[in-house]
Design a binder for this molecule. Structure first.
Ligand code: AHG
Ligand code: MN
Ligand code: MN
Length: 337
């Protein structure tokens, strides 16, 4: 069997298809290497480092969320791996209030890297799958990559996006705007090997993902839509739906990439002031890019996620993404209102 490693895939995207250049290839390879380091740290669990890598870091991030040790460690792994290669102009992360400037002693490149170093933090301590999400933009000429403004670009301007899943196997899912591919970490060789090409999300589904405990706080259109799903065969949809909620966005989205479904984190009255739960630049946009590249759709309920002009580095938005026809039905409920 022909084994295509991530390196080979990227070289072919560069040399034969002209989809990426050498710097973007290096960037993606470095990101994948950082994900391998995170996978190794996670695999050690309570055995890793002094006192293990599980539990609280004892600090809060800019969004007021308690950081886990692994949030902090994964962020450090990403910064350290990416700052010296010469491919980046700057980096921004869920775990840092401001962009991370590339130290002067290293050359600067043209790309901006945004990431959620550890997605699904609440699952770390209970040994449930977590992930990493990343998005790549080009730094606009004249913009200062040490300032948040440089990163405030619509999702349509992403040049690459991807995520790693740290589960029973470690996966690396990627788009460079040429469809979606999935690599599996070969632990003996230490390399990511292509295991799925041209991933396509089925347009229809009978599975939805949402945190139902918030139902009474949602806006009426979302309540009506989910009520239709819950009514099953006897309701307006005429079919029964199944529900899944892992509470790691990466894993819920990966399930949708594998067998279809709709993932939702809508606005609710508890989080109305902050605009939603999920962050636009390093959670919603990269996932929207991947999902659209796989034939799915991603909306806030009112507009396509990737069309939003961001107003802040840590801006949050409502998210509805996955199987195209199901997303359209959820959106239709919002338009009626
Ligand atoms: P993070 O761990 O990066 O803060 O993200 C957690 C997110 C997302 O992964 C998940 O879908 C959602 O929060 C879960 O939220 P609830 O705990 O409210 O269900
Ligand atoms: Mn997250
Ligand atoms: Mn996170």
């Amino acid at each position: 069997m022909r084994r295509i490693t991530l390196s080979r895939y990227l070289i072919e995207e560069q040399r034969e298809k002209g989809k990426i250049n050498a710097d973007l290839r290096l960037l993606i390879e470095v990101v994948a290497r950082a994900c391998k380091s995170i996978a190794i740290a996670i695999g050690k669990g309570g055995l890793g480092g002094e006192g293990g890598i599980l539990g609280e870091a004892g600090s809060d991030n800019v969004q007021g969320e308690a950081q886990k040790k692994l949030d902090v460690l994964s962020n450090e792994i990403f910064l350290e791996a990416n700052e010296w290669g010469g491919h980046l102009a700057g980096m921004a992360s869920e775990e840092m209030e401001l962009p991370h400037a590339i130290p002067n002693r290293y050359p600067q490149g043209e790309y901006l890297l945004l990431f959620d170093p550890l997605d699904g933090s609440s699952n770390i301590d209970i040994n449930v799958s977590v992930g990493t999400i990343f998005s790549v933009l080009r730094c606009t000429e004249g913009d200062d990559p040490t300032q948040a403004n440089a990163f405030l670009q619509a999702g349509t301007r992403q040049v690459a996006a991807g995520y790693a899943v740290y589960g029973p196997t470690t996966l690396f899912v990627l788009t460079v705007g040429d469809g979606v591919v999935c690599f599996t970490l070969d632990r003996e060789l230490g390399s990511f090997v292509l295991t799925q090409e041209n991933i396509q999300i089925p347009h229809d589904t009978k599975e939805f993902a949402i945190n139902m405990s918030n139902m009474r706080f949602w806006e009426p259109p979302m309540q009506r839509y989910v009520n239709d799903l819950l009514s099953g065969k006897e309701g307006p949809r005429g079919k029964d739906f199944n529900m899944r909620w892992v509470a790691s966005m990466v894993v819920d989205v990966h399930r949708i990439l594998t067998r279809g479904g709709v993932f939702m984190y809508p606005l609710d009255s508890k989080i109305a002031a902050q605009g939603g739960k999920l962050r636009l630049l390093y959670e919603a946009n990269p996932m929207a890019f991947i999902v659209e590249q796989a034939g799915g759709a991603a909306s806030t309920g009112h507009c396509n996620i990737m069309d939003i002009q961001p107003s802040g580095l840590h801006q949050r938005i409502p998210v509805i993404l996955g199987s195209k026809n199901e997303v359209a039905l959820a959106v239709a409920h919002h338009l009626k209102d």
